[in-house]
Design a protein around this ligand. Sequence first.
Ligand code: EPS
Length: 390
Amino acid sequence: MRYLTSGESHGPQLTAIIEGLPAGLPLLDTDINFELARRQKGHGRGRRMQIEKDTVQIVGGIRHGYTLGSPVGLVVENNDWKHWTKIMGQGPIAPDEEEEIKRKITRPRPGHADLNGALKYGHRDMRNVLERSSARETTVRVAAGAVAKKLLKELGIEVASHVIEIGGVTSAIKEYESLQKLQEITEGSPVRCLDPVAEKKMMDAIDEAKQQGDSIGGIVEVIIEGMPPGVGSYVHYDRKLDAKLASGMMSINAFKGVEIGIGFEAASKSGSEVHDEIAWSEERGYYRKTNRLGGLEGGMSTGMPIVVRGVMKPIPTLYKPLQSVDIETKEPYSASIERSDSCAVPAAAVVAENVIAWELAAAIVDQFYSDRLETLKETVDRQRAFAREF
Ligand code: EPS
Protein backbone atom coordinates (compact mmCIF):
# COMPACT_ATOMS: atom_id res chain seq x y z
CA MET A 1 0.00 0.00 0.00
CA ARG A 2 1.34 3.44 -0.81
CA TYR A 3 0.24 7.00 -1.37
CA LEU A 4 1.53 10.15 -2.96
CA THR A 5 0.59 13.71 -2.07
CA SER A 6 0.63 16.87 -4.13
CA GLY A 7 -0.08 20.50 -3.35
CA GLU A 8 1.39 23.72 -2.00
CA SER A 9 0.41 25.46 1.23
CA HIS A 10 -1.26 28.41 -0.56
CA GLY A 11 -2.10 26.62 -3.79
CA PRO A 12 -5.63 25.56 -4.73
CA GLN A 13 -5.71 22.17 -3.02
CA LEU A 14 -3.91 19.25 -1.46
CA THR A 15 -4.32 15.88 -3.09
CA ALA A 16 -3.54 12.29 -2.05
CA ILE A 17 -3.82 9.16 -4.13
CA ILE A 18 -3.84 5.91 -2.19
CA GLU A 19 -3.10 2.66 -3.93
CA GLY A 20 -3.47 -0.90 -2.62
CA LEU A 21 -6.44 -0.68 -0.26
CA PRO A 22 -8.58 -3.81 -0.20
CA ALA A 23 -12.09 -3.57 -1.65
CA GLY A 24 -15.04 -3.53 0.71
CA LEU A 25 -13.68 -1.13 3.35
CA PRO A 26 -16.55 1.07 4.58
CA LEU A 27 -15.41 4.67 4.18
CA LEU A 28 -17.25 7.99 4.38
CA ASP A 29 -15.94 11.53 4.07
CA THR A 30 -17.07 12.07 7.68
CA ASP A 31 -14.50 9.46 8.85
CA ILE A 32 -11.76 11.60 7.31
CA ASN A 33 -13.25 14.98 8.29
CA PHE A 34 -13.27 13.89 11.91
CA GLU A 35 -9.47 13.49 11.85
CA LEU A 36 -8.96 16.69 9.83
CA ALA A 37 -10.90 18.71 12.43
CA ARG A 38 -8.82 17.18 15.24
CA ARG A 39 -5.62 18.26 13.49
CA GLN A 40 -6.79 21.87 13.22
CA LYS A 41 -7.21 22.30 16.96
CA GLY A 42 -4.68 23.03 19.68
CA HIS A 43 -3.45 25.97 21.71
CA GLY A 44 -0.65 27.80 19.94
CA ARG A 45 -1.94 27.72 16.37
CA GLY A 46 -1.69 30.87 14.24
CA ARG A 47 -4.31 32.76 12.20
CA ARG A 48 -4.26 30.34 9.27
CA MET A 49 -6.35 27.81 11.17
CA GLN A 50 -9.19 30.35 11.39
CA ILE A 51 -9.15 30.64 7.60
CA GLU A 52 -9.20 26.90 6.90
CA LYS A 53 -12.10 24.53 7.63
CA ASP A 54 -10.49 21.37 6.29
CA THR A 55 -12.92 18.95 4.68
CA VAL A 56 -12.20 16.18 2.22
CA GLN A 57 -13.69 15.44 -1.16
CA ILE A 58 -13.40 11.79 -2.11
CA VAL A 59 -12.76 11.88 -5.86
CA GLY A 60 -12.08 8.25 -6.67
CA GLY A 61 -12.03 4.65 -5.50
CA ILE A 62 -15.22 4.72 -3.42
CA ARG A 63 -18.79 3.90 -4.36
CA HIS A 64 -21.84 3.81 -2.09
CA GLY A 65 -19.67 4.03 1.01
CA TYR A 66 -17.17 1.25 0.22
CA THR A 67 -13.71 1.08 -1.36
CA LEU A 68 -13.68 -0.49 -4.81
CA GLY A 69 -10.07 -1.69 -4.89
CA SER A 70 -9.13 1.08 -7.30
CA PRO A 71 -6.91 4.01 -6.18
CA VAL A 72 -8.63 6.29 -3.66
CA GLY A 73 -8.34 9.99 -4.51
CA LEU A 74 -8.65 12.58 -1.75
CA VAL A 75 -8.77 16.36 -2.15
CA VAL A 76 -8.67 19.05 0.54
CA GLU A 77 -9.08 22.58 -0.79
CA ASN A 78 -7.10 25.48 0.68
CA ASN A 79 -9.55 28.27 1.57
CA ASP A 80 -6.60 30.66 1.71
CA TRP A 81 -5.94 30.08 -2.01
CA LYS A 82 -8.38 32.84 -2.92
CA HIS A 83 -5.98 35.35 -1.34
CA TRP A 84 -3.00 33.89 -3.21
CA THR A 85 -4.23 33.33 -6.76
CA LYS A 86 -1.71 35.81 -8.14
CA ILE A 87 1.34 34.99 -6.02
CA MET A 88 0.70 31.25 -6.44
CA GLY A 89 -0.82 31.33 -9.92
CA GLN A 90 0.13 28.52 -12.30
CA GLY A 91 0.54 30.71 -15.39
CA PRO A 92 3.62 32.79 -16.23
CA ILE A 93 3.92 36.25 -14.63
CA ALA A 94 2.77 38.94 -17.05
CA PRO A 95 5.33 41.74 -17.62
CA ASP A 96 3.00 44.34 -16.07
CA GLU A 97 2.21 42.37 -12.91
CA GLU A 98 2.63 44.23 -9.66
CA GLU A 99 5.98 44.18 -7.89
CA GLU A 100 4.34 42.34 -4.97
CA ILE A 101 3.80 39.23 -7.09
CA LYS A 102 7.39 39.21 -8.27
CA ARG A 103 8.82 39.82 -4.77
CA LYS A 104 11.18 36.97 -4.01
CA ILE A 105 11.92 35.37 -0.65
CA THR A 106 15.69 35.50 -0.40
CA ARG A 107 16.39 35.36 3.36
CA PRO A 108 16.27 31.70 4.45
CA ARG A 109 14.95 30.85 7.91
CA PRO A 110 17.45 28.88 10.02
CA GLY A 111 16.02 25.41 10.73
CA HIS A 112 13.59 25.48 7.79
CA ALA A 113 13.93 23.78 4.40
CA ASP A 114 14.41 27.17 2.67
CA LEU A 115 18.16 27.19 1.98
CA ASN A 116 18.72 23.46 1.43
CA GLY A 117 15.69 23.31 -0.85
CA ALA A 118 16.95 26.29 -2.84
CA LEU A 119 20.38 24.67 -3.19
CA LYS A 120 18.77 21.39 -4.26
CA TYR A 121 16.42 22.75 -6.93
CA GLY A 122 18.17 26.00 -7.77
CA HIS A 123 15.22 28.18 -6.70
CA ARG A 124 16.26 31.80 -6.26
CA ASP A 125 12.78 32.55 -4.85
CA MET A 126 12.52 30.42 -1.74
CA ARG A 127 8.72 30.59 -1.81
CA ASN A 128 9.14 27.72 -4.27
CA VAL A 129 10.55 25.70 -1.37
CA LEU A 130 8.54 26.87 1.62
CA GLU A 131 5.18 26.37 -0.05
CA ARG A 132 5.73 22.63 -0.22
CA SER A 133 7.87 22.17 2.90
CA SER A 134 5.11 23.83 4.96
CA ALA A 135 3.40 21.58 7.48
CA ARG A 136 0.19 22.34 5.60
CA GLU A 137 0.96 19.11 3.74
CA THR A 138 0.25 17.17 6.94
CA THR A 139 -3.45 17.90 6.27
CA VAL A 140 -3.62 15.42 3.44
CA ARG A 141 -1.30 12.99 5.19
CA VAL A 142 -3.86 12.94 8.01
CA ALA A 143 -6.58 12.32 5.39
CA ALA A 144 -4.64 9.28 4.12
CA GLY A 145 -3.94 8.20 7.70
CA ALA A 146 -7.64 8.44 8.53
CA VAL A 147 -8.32 5.86 5.80
CA ALA A 148 -5.63 3.61 7.32
CA LYS A 149 -7.13 4.13 10.77
CA LYS A 150 -10.50 3.01 9.45
CA LEU A 151 -8.92 -0.15 8.06
CA LEU A 152 -7.18 -0.84 11.38
CA LYS A 153 -10.46 -0.36 13.24
CA GLU A 154 -12.08 -2.99 11.03
CA LEU A 155 -9.22 -5.31 12.03
CA GLY A 156 -9.72 -4.59 15.75
CA ILE A 157 -6.72 -2.23 16.11
CA GLU A 158 -7.05 1.14 17.87
CA VAL A 159 -4.66 4.09 17.65
CA ALA A 160 -4.52 7.03 20.08
CA SER A 161 -2.06 9.70 21.17
CA HIS A 162 -1.28 12.26 23.84
CA VAL A 163 1.16 15.09 24.37
CA ILE A 164 3.69 14.34 27.08
CA GLU A 165 5.87 17.45 26.92
CA ILE A 166 5.73 21.03 25.63
CA GLY A 167 8.53 23.56 26.08
CA GLY A 168 10.08 21.65 29.00
CA VAL A 169 6.76 21.12 30.85
CA THR A 170 6.18 17.38 31.30
CA SER A 171 2.95 15.50 31.90
CA ALA A 172 3.13 13.69 35.24
CA ILE A 173 0.33 11.30 34.24
CA LYS A 174 1.70 8.36 32.28
CA GLU A 175 -1.01 5.81 33.13
CA TYR A 176 -4.47 5.61 31.59
CA GLU A 177 -7.48 3.45 32.35
CA SER A 178 -8.12 2.51 28.72
CA LEU A 179 -7.38 3.93 25.27
CA GLN A 180 -10.97 5.14 25.10
CA LYS A 181 -10.58 7.05 28.37
CA LEU A 182 -7.27 8.51 27.16
CA GLN A 183 -9.00 9.73 24.00
CA GLU A 184 -11.87 11.26 25.96
CA ILE A 185 -9.50 13.27 28.16
CA THR A 186 -7.13 14.40 25.41
CA GLU A 187 -10.00 15.47 23.11
CA GLY A 188 -11.07 17.87 25.87
CA SER A 189 -7.58 19.29 26.39
CA PRO A 190 -6.36 22.31 24.35
CA VAL A 191 -2.88 20.74 24.36
CA ARG A 192 -3.99 17.06 24.21
CA CYS A 193 -2.45 16.34 27.61
CA LEU A 194 -3.68 13.88 30.25
CA ASP A 195 -2.36 15.96 33.15
CA PRO A 196 -4.50 19.05 33.94
CA VAL A 197 -1.72 20.70 35.97
CA ALA A 198 0.84 20.30 33.17
CA GLU A 199 -1.82 21.35 30.63
CA LYS A 200 -2.13 24.78 32.24
CA LYS A 201 1.66 25.20 32.42
CA MET A 202 2.04 24.11 28.78
CA MET A 203 -0.51 26.71 27.69
CA ASP A 204 1.30 29.39 29.71
CA ALA A 205 4.61 28.36 28.10
CA ILE A 206 3.04 28.66 24.63
CA ASP A 207 1.59 32.11 25.44
CA GLU A 208 4.94 33.23 26.78
CA ALA A 209 6.76 32.03 23.64
CA LYS A 210 4.22 33.79 21.43
CA GLN A 211 4.63 37.01 23.33
CA GLN A 212 8.41 36.75 22.93
CA GLY A 213 8.08 36.20 19.17
CA ASP A 214 9.48 32.71 19.74
CA SER A 215 8.28 29.11 19.31
CA ILE A 216 8.43 25.91 21.38
CA GLY A 217 8.40 22.18 20.64
CA GLY A 218 7.58 19.03 22.57
CA ILE A 219 7.03 15.28 22.65
CA VAL A 220 4.01 13.26 21.51
CA GLU A 221 3.26 9.63 22.27
CA VAL A 222 1.24 7.30 20.05
CA ILE A 223 -0.24 4.09 21.46
CA ILE A 224 -1.67 1.22 19.44
CA GLU A 225 -3.68 -1.64 20.89
CA GLY A 226 -4.83 -4.82 19.22
CA MET A 227 -1.89 -5.54 16.88
CA PRO A 228 -1.54 -9.25 16.16
CA PRO A 229 1.93 -10.62 17.04
CA GLY A 230 4.48 -11.24 14.32
CA VAL A 231 3.77 -8.25 12.06
CA GLY A 232 7.00 -6.93 10.55
CA SER A 233 10.16 -8.92 10.01
CA TYR A 234 13.44 -9.99 11.57
CA VAL A 235 14.48 -11.33 8.18
CA HIS A 236 14.62 -8.19 6.05
CA TYR A 237 15.92 -4.81 7.19
CA ASP A 238 13.35 -2.97 5.10
CA ARG A 239 10.39 -4.87 6.54
CA LYS A 240 11.19 -4.26 10.21
CA LEU A 241 8.10 -2.69 11.74
CA ASP A 242 10.00 -0.54 14.24
CA ALA A 243 12.10 0.88 11.39
CA LYS A 244 8.93 1.75 9.47
CA LEU A 245 7.37 3.46 12.48
CA ALA A 246 10.57 5.43 13.11
CA SER A 247 10.73 6.45 9.47
CA GLY A 248 7.06 7.50 9.47
CA MET A 249 7.49 9.55 12.63
CA MET A 250 10.66 11.23 11.32
CA SER A 251 8.89 12.13 8.09
CA ILE A 252 6.59 14.53 9.95
CA ASN A 253 7.66 18.16 9.55
CA ALA A 254 9.96 19.37 12.36
CA PHE A 255 10.36 15.93 14.01
CA LYS A 256 13.90 15.28 15.23
CA GLY A 257 13.78 12.01 17.15
CA VAL A 258 11.85 8.82 17.87
CA GLU A 259 11.69 6.44 20.82
CA ILE A 260 9.97 3.08 21.10
CA GLY A 261 8.96 1.85 24.56
CA ILE A 262 11.42 3.17 27.15
CA GLY A 263 13.60 4.26 24.22
CA PHE A 264 16.76 6.16 25.18
CA GLU A 265 16.29 5.21 28.85
CA ALA A 266 17.43 1.70 27.91
CA ALA A 267 21.00 2.98 27.56
CA SER A 268 21.43 3.39 31.31
CA LYS A 269 19.63 0.22 32.41
CA SER A 270 20.76 -3.40 32.59
CA GLY A 271 19.24 -6.14 30.46
CA SER A 272 17.17 -7.47 33.36
CA GLU A 273 15.65 -4.02 33.81
CA VAL A 274 14.83 -3.60 30.14
CA HIS A 275 13.54 -6.87 28.68
CA ASP A 276 9.96 -7.93 29.29
CA GLU A 277 9.44 -11.39 30.79
CA ILE A 278 7.29 -13.76 28.76
CA ALA A 279 4.21 -15.41 30.24
CA TRP A 280 1.33 -17.54 28.92
CA SER A 281 -2.32 -17.90 29.91
CA GLU A 282 -5.26 -19.75 28.38
CA GLU A 283 -7.08 -16.49 27.81
CA ARG A 284 -4.26 -14.32 26.42
CA GLY A 285 -1.83 -16.86 25.00
CA TYR A 286 1.74 -15.49 25.15
CA TYR A 287 2.13 -12.05 26.68
CA ARG A 288 4.80 -9.91 28.33
CA LYS A 289 4.59 -9.15 32.06
CA THR A 290 5.78 -5.58 31.35
CA ASN A 291 5.93 -3.56 28.13
CA ARG A 292 9.20 -1.66 28.34
CA LEU A 293 10.06 -2.52 24.75
CA GLY A 294 6.84 -0.88 23.57
CA GLY A 295 5.27 -3.82 21.76
CA LEU A 296 8.18 -4.46 19.39
CA GLU A 297 10.95 -7.06 19.54
CA GLY A 298 13.18 -8.18 16.67
CA GLY A 299 11.49 -5.83 14.20
CA MET A 300 8.07 -7.45 14.83
CA SER A 301 4.99 -6.72 16.90
CA THR A 302 4.70 -8.73 20.13
CA GLY A 303 0.93 -8.29 20.49
CA MET A 304 1.45 -5.93 23.44
CA PRO A 305 0.49 -2.26 22.98
CA ILE A 306 2.86 -0.44 20.64
CA VAL A 307 4.23 2.75 22.21
CA VAL A 308 6.12 5.20 20.02
CA ARG A 309 7.14 8.75 20.82
CA GLY A 310 8.35 11.56 18.61
CA VAL A 311 10.05 14.84 19.45
CA MET A 312 9.13 17.98 17.54
CA LYS A 313 11.56 20.87 17.47
CA PRO A 314 10.25 24.43 17.89
CA ILE A 315 8.84 25.73 14.57
CA PRO A 316 11.64 27.61 12.77
CA THR A 317 9.52 30.57 11.64
CA LEU A 318 10.11 33.18 14.33
CA TYR A 319 8.48 36.59 14.65
CA LYS A 320 11.74 37.58 16.35
CA PRO A 321 13.90 36.11 13.57
CA LEU A 322 17.41 34.70 13.84
CA GLN A 323 20.30 35.93 11.75
CA SER A 324 20.60 34.68 8.20
CA VAL A 325 22.15 35.68 4.89
CA ASP A 326 20.34 37.21 1.93
CA ILE A 327 21.07 34.93 -1.03
CA GLU A 328 20.93 37.87 -3.47
CA THR A 329 23.39 40.19 -1.71
CA LYS A 330 25.16 37.67 0.59
CA GLU A 331 24.74 40.32 3.32
CA PRO A 332 23.73 39.26 6.84
CA TYR A 333 20.04 39.88 7.50
CA SER A 334 17.25 38.81 9.82
CA ALA A 335 15.50 35.76 8.34
CA SER A 336 12.17 36.21 6.54
CA ILE A 337 9.11 36.42 8.75
CA GLU A 338 6.20 34.30 7.58
CA ARG A 339 2.89 33.91 9.38
CA SER A 340 3.21 30.81 11.56
CA ASP A 341 2.22 28.95 14.72
CA SER A 342 4.05 29.42 18.02
CA CYS A 343 3.49 25.75 18.90
CA ALA A 344 1.95 22.98 16.80
CA VAL A 345 2.71 20.04 19.12
CA PRO A 346 -0.98 19.24 19.89
CA ALA A 347 -1.73 19.13 16.15
CA ALA A 348 1.43 17.09 15.60
CA ALA A 349 0.06 14.44 17.98
CA VAL A 350 -2.89 13.96 15.63
CA VAL A 351 -0.54 13.90 12.63
CA ALA A 352 1.69 11.31 14.36
CA GLU A 353 -1.33 9.17 15.20
CA ASN A 354 -2.45 9.09 11.58
CA VAL A 355 1.04 8.65 10.12
CA ILE A 356 1.69 5.71 12.45
CA ALA A 357 -1.74 4.28 11.57
CA TRP A 358 -0.71 4.40 7.91
CA GLU A 359 2.56 2.54 8.57
CA LEU A 360 0.79 -0.18 10.55
CA ALA A 361 -2.00 -0.61 8.01
CA ALA A 362 0.52 -0.75 5.17
CA ALA A 363 2.61 -3.37 7.02
CA ILE A 364 -0.49 -5.50 7.64
CA VAL A 365 -1.72 -5.24 4.05
CA ASP A 366 1.77 -6.10 2.74
CA GLN A 367 2.07 -9.12 5.02
CA PHE A 368 -1.47 -10.54 4.89
CA TYR A 369 -2.35 -9.30 1.43
CA SER A 370 -5.86 -9.73 0.15
CA ASP A 371 -7.88 -7.88 -2.48
CA ARG A 372 -10.93 -8.07 -0.21
CA LEU A 373 -11.38 -6.71 3.31
CA GLU A 374 -13.34 -9.77 4.37
CA THR A 375 -10.49 -12.18 3.62
CA LEU A 376 -7.90 -9.78 5.03
CA LYS A 377 -9.87 -9.81 8.31
CA GLU A 378 -10.00 -13.60 8.28
CA THR A 379 -6.23 -13.86 7.74
CA VAL A 380 -5.45 -11.40 10.53
CA ASP A 381 -7.84 -13.21 12.90
CA ARG A 382 -6.25 -16.52 11.93
CA GLN A 383 -2.85 -15.13 12.88
CA ARG A 384 -4.24 -14.05 16.27
CA ALA A 385 -5.80 -17.51 16.86
CA PHE A 386 -2.60 -19.23 15.72
CA ALA A 387 -0.52 -17.20 18.19
CA ARG A 388 -2.96 -17.98 21.02
CA GLU A 389 -2.87 -21.71 20.35
CA PHE A 390 0.79 -22.04 19.42
C1 EPS B 1 3.31 26.72 8.28
C2 EPS B 1 2.92 28.05 8.36
C3 EPS B 1 1.51 28.44 8.64
C4 EPS B 1 0.83 27.31 9.38
C5 EPS B 1 0.99 26.10 8.51
C6 EPS B 1 2.39 25.62 8.57
O1 EPS B 1 0.76 28.63 7.46
P1 EPS B 1 0.62 30.07 6.80
O2 EPS B 1 1.95 30.33 6.18
O3 EPS B 1 -0.48 29.99 5.78
O4 EPS B 1 0.27 31.01 7.92
O5 EPS B 1 -0.51 27.62 9.65
O6 EPS B 1 0.14 25.08 8.90
C7 EPS B 1 -0.98 24.90 8.18
C8 EPS B 1 -1.41 25.70 7.23
C9 EPS B 1 -1.70 23.71 8.58
O7 EPS B 1 -2.74 23.40 7.98
O8 EPS B 1 -1.23 23.03 9.54
C10 EPS B 1 4.68 26.36 7.88
O9 EPS B 1 5.41 27.22 7.43
O10 EPS B 1 5.08 25.17 8.01
